[in-house]
Ligand binder design. Structure first.
Ligand code: ATP
Ligand code: MG
Length: 329
């Protein structure tokens, strides 16, 4: 594909993230439906060209577990990245629509993400760096693929500052300043799997506390929607009132910054979340998530190693019908 903006017809908007927006488009000359991600980059022309060069690696990424890439181009002041359109959208949207995801499906998600991560690392030495439900996509064929991986160092640099809100899937060692490794992606996978299975972000408040409070705190942390923490000292009514006051405070505001810091502190200092206490999940699933969420990266296994975990092996032998599942919503 020789992609030019004037050949792309906008169909509808698929979603917005911190870095930009994604539209469903048609490449008119070839009638190909694509997802076009528009990223606003405040950088010099030389840096933008560098980013474009780095993105070309995506042309060499061929895996059934990775979104395919059609091309990228500059469209001042944006960079447009055209990729495979996934008609069922991202897993965060799916669970928000249909509720907690069946654990059999979650097992298939774990398998797909591990395959994708292993491919990226073994073949291209790429670390994903942004595993979370909104970067795991599904289509009506029942395929599960990952997108938005960190191929371009320059792109990461250029938009890093605006990404405060996404740091909640970040591993304890990353929060403490250690280098990114494939094992940091494994942590993020563990958090994502709990989120899908419970139908809520694992660090958000528990339903048992006060139902009326729940809706406003549910979901992922984003600059517009802080997720204050359930901490022991914070459990009083007073704490609650204070947190409510800070809701909606802008990113620059003190209240918002505090709740992000609290969350990061919580990840570093408190025990990792688990698939229990719900205790309705297979032991294998619990065990898998626990091994993703070992706080010491030296003890945590790599994606390739985790492909041999019994839960993943089991998921492959049972061959759950994801196409049928995807046809239910
Ligand atoms: P963040 O900016 O914090 O990473 P995000 O991943 O939700 O959040 P984007 O990557 O801009 O932000 O994506 C926005 C939304 O667009 C996603 O949540 C997803 O639902 C949708 N989307 C992205 N890529 C595709 C695609 N290839 N096919 C279909 N939908 C997509
Ligand atoms: Mg994304």
């Amino acid at each position: 594909y020789d992609l030019r903006d004037e050949d792309l017809k906008d169909l509808n908007e698929l979603g917005q993230g911190n870095g930009g927006s994604v539209k469903k488009v048609e490449h008119v000359p070839t009638h190909t439906i694509m997802a076009k991600k528009i990223v606003l980059i405040d950088a010099k022309p030389s840096v933008r060209k560098q980013i474009l060069r780095e993105l070309q690696i995506m042309h060499d990424c061929h895996s059934g577990y990775i979104i395919s890439f059609y091309g990228a181009f500059l469209s001042d002041p944006n960079i447009c990245i055209c990729m495979e359109f996934m008609d069922k959208g991202s897993l965060d949207g799916i669970y928000k629509r249909i509720g907690p995801i069946d654990i059999e499906v979650v097992a298939s998600v774990a398998h797909a993400v591990l395959e994708g991560l292993t491919y990226l690392y073994d073949v291209h030495r790429i670390i994903h760096r942004d595993i979370k439900p909104s970067n795991i996509l599904c289509n009506s064929k029942g395929q599960i693929k990952i997108c938005d991986f960190g191929v371009s160092g320059e792109l990461i640099n250029s938009i890093a500052d605006t990404f405060v809100g996404t740091s909640t899937y970040m591993s304890p060692e990353r929060i403490q300043g250690a280098q990114y490794t494939v094992k940091s992606d494994v942590w993020s996978l563990g958090i994502s799997l709990i989120e899908l299975a419970l139908g809520r972000f694992p660090f958000s408040e528990s339903a048992s506390d006060d139902d009326s409070d729940l809706s406003e705190f549910e979901g992922t942390l984003s600059p517009s929607r802080p997720v204050p923490l359930e901490t022991k000292k914070d459990k009083s009514k007073e704490g609650k009132r204070n947190r409510r006051k800070s809701k909606g405070v802008s990113l620059q505001g003190g209240g918002m910054t505090m709740s992000i810091l609290e969350l990061l502190q919580h990840i570093v200092n408190e025990p990792a979340p688990k698939l229990t206490p719900e205790s309705r999940f297979p032991k294998m699933a619990e065990d898998f998530v626990n091994s993703c969420l070992l706080k010491d990266p030296d003890q945590r296994r790599t994606p390739k190693d985790l492909l041999n975990h019994e839960w993943i092996a089991h998921a492959q032998t049972t061959n759950f019908d994801l196409e049928a599942w995807a046809s239910t919503f």
